[in-house]
Each structure stands twice: as C-alpha cells, then as structure tokens.
Design a binder for this molecule. Sequence first.
Ligand SMILES: Cc1ncc(COP(=O)(O)O)c(C=O)c1O
Length: 361
Amino acid sequence: MRPILLNPGPVSLSEGVRAAVARYDFCHREPEFFDLQDAVIRGLLDVYGCDPRLWSAVLIGGSGTSALEAMLASLLPADANVLVLENGVYGERLSRIAGIHGIRHQALKAGWGDALDLQALDGLLATGDFSHVLAVHHETTTGRLNPVEAIAESCAAHEVQLLLDAVSSFGAEAIPFGHESLQAIAATANKCLHGIPGLAMVLCRRAALQQEIAPRTLSLHLPLWAEQQAKRSTPFTPPVNGLLGLDQALKELAKQGGWKSRRAHYRKLAARVADTCRQLGVREWLPASESSCVLRSYHLPAGLTYNRLHDGLKQQGFVIYAGQGKLAEQLFRISTMGEISDYDMARLEQALRQVIAGAEN
Ligand SMILES: Cc1ncc(COP(=O)(O)O)c(C=O)c1O
C-alpha cells in the first residue's frame, strides 16, 4: 500500500503529476526544455496574478532552504540591517542563513508557537535602524500562520522592505503581492503546489533583482538564474523532472480553482482531523483561527508516546510528523496537503480512533 503523506512535504502526488515526472527524457539545452521552463515560470506568476512586468519567478535547483538562502544572499545589499521575526525553527533558520553570509541582523523573538509582538515590531522599525524584515509566513514548527498583511503594513509605514519565507504557504494562503513593501518570497514545488522535491523558486520584484549586489554564492545567485532563464537558457543543470511535475501540478491547481479553492479544501480536511482528535480528547496546540490551513499541531495524549502514535498510524498507511527540537516530546503534527481522497480521510479518522482510543485500553 502506498503511504499517504501527512508530513508537511513532500506530499502525496496526484496520478497526473506522478506520470508527468517520468513522461519524457529532456535535455536541458534543447528548445523543448525552454518551452517547459517558460510555462512553469508563467504558471508560478499566475498563481497569485503577479504582473510579469513587475515580478520575476526565478527557478533554482534545491530545497526550500536553498530558496531562502538564494533570496537572502542575492537580494540583501552589503549595508543591509535586517530584523528577523522568530517564533519557530524556520525564523531561527533565517537568522542562521543571515549569519553565515555576514548579513547584519537582529532577531525579534517570540516563543515557538507564540504570536509575534506586532507593537514591538513597529517600535523597532520606527527607530529607522532597519532596512529589511525577514519573516516566515506559515511557521511549520507549530502550524502558526503569522500575520503577513500586518507585518507588510508595518514595513510600509517605515519604508522597510519585506522578504518572506512562504515555503509552506505558497499556493494555499493569502500572500500580499500587491503590497509595496513585499519584495520577494521563497517557495518550493513540493508543498502546497503538489510537485516533487528538488525544485525551488523565488518570486521577486524585478527592481529587487536589479540591485548591484556582489554575488555571495555562485549556484544560488538569483540574478544569474533570472538572466539566463529570461534568455531561454539555464546556468546549470536544472531539476528537469521537477519542472515536468510542477508544470502538471500548476495546471491541476488552476483547474481546481486556484489557491483560494486549495485553501478551502485544506481547511475542510484540517477541520475533519481536528474534529476526530477532539472527539478522542486530543487537544489542539493552537486554535484553528491562528493556524494555517496546511497543518495543525496537537498535544500528545497522556500515555501515548509519539513513536507509538507514528508507528500505529504508519501500519495503517499514514505518515505523520513529530514536533521539532524541544517540542518533540509534547506535540505531533498532521498536514493535509497533497492528493488526499475522501476515502483516505475516512480511513485516517478510523486509524486515529484505533491508535489513540486503543492506547487508553
Ligand atoms: C516554513 C518553512 N521554511 C523552510 C523550510 C525548509 O524547506 P526544506 O526542508 O525543503 O529545505 C520548511 C520545510 O518544511 C518550512 O516549512
């Protein structure tokens, strides 16, 4: 039995994407590959209706972290002073990347899973000390959806530029691309877009790409990828099969009604899981109103270790995810991205009842 992936990416694929990935052998220096590359770039810009005269979608080979590293290394000038908003693993990762590339930064910290302090953010930006804010949209550590619209407002009020980690939100949550402060977002093919791992992307304003910034890396330097892609070329070997999969996945997303329909669908699935957990006495880590549509966290029930829960569900064909770091002993996470049928959901509800209620007996 093929497992249903309820971890936050990679996701269970549709049959269409699975077939597309292996449909052709492509040389990445032939015109048919560049047709595919052009289609994927157009498709990515279309997800949120980004105007291609203002926005560029730059494809790179790598994971979500590669996209983040490319975004920071390529778009932050040498004199940038960056405020990083941290309330989980991925906010902390942004600080780590900034540190590695010698980018001056300071963190505004909240506890893992806690809400960011927007008043403190506004106060810090009002000092005039910061040129950029780095934020995580959906903090996958706990499922918290950070208020990106309010963050963008605060940045705009103080003429600060915003770079966003949208790795686990692009394709299913609202992203304020029309907001002047938002300069770039980093994303990946294998989460809400339902493609395969290995292909990542940065959507950025063309103006941000045109800054004169000395390359901090070669293989993650976005202006190099963007310039070559605009010329129907590529600087290095791209993840060809990743593009084949994403092209199909983007067509399926559009056919299914786009990101808003995907959000509504994910919300429905997440609510079904939450209802079952509630009936079993399992408490949610965060209220639904503060969680993303993508993933919810739950307190581990007393008397049930994560390993027992994981292994019991895996035996029935479902892969869930542990809490990270210090949360490993306290919570478990269930993501409902990817190709999950009604039948899978019914089986999942049954499996949760069996493993959680069974542990009490
Ligand atoms: C919000 C967020 N940022 C960054 C990443 C890192 O992505 P990757 O593991 O593909 O490098 C993840 C992965 O789950 C994520 O959820």
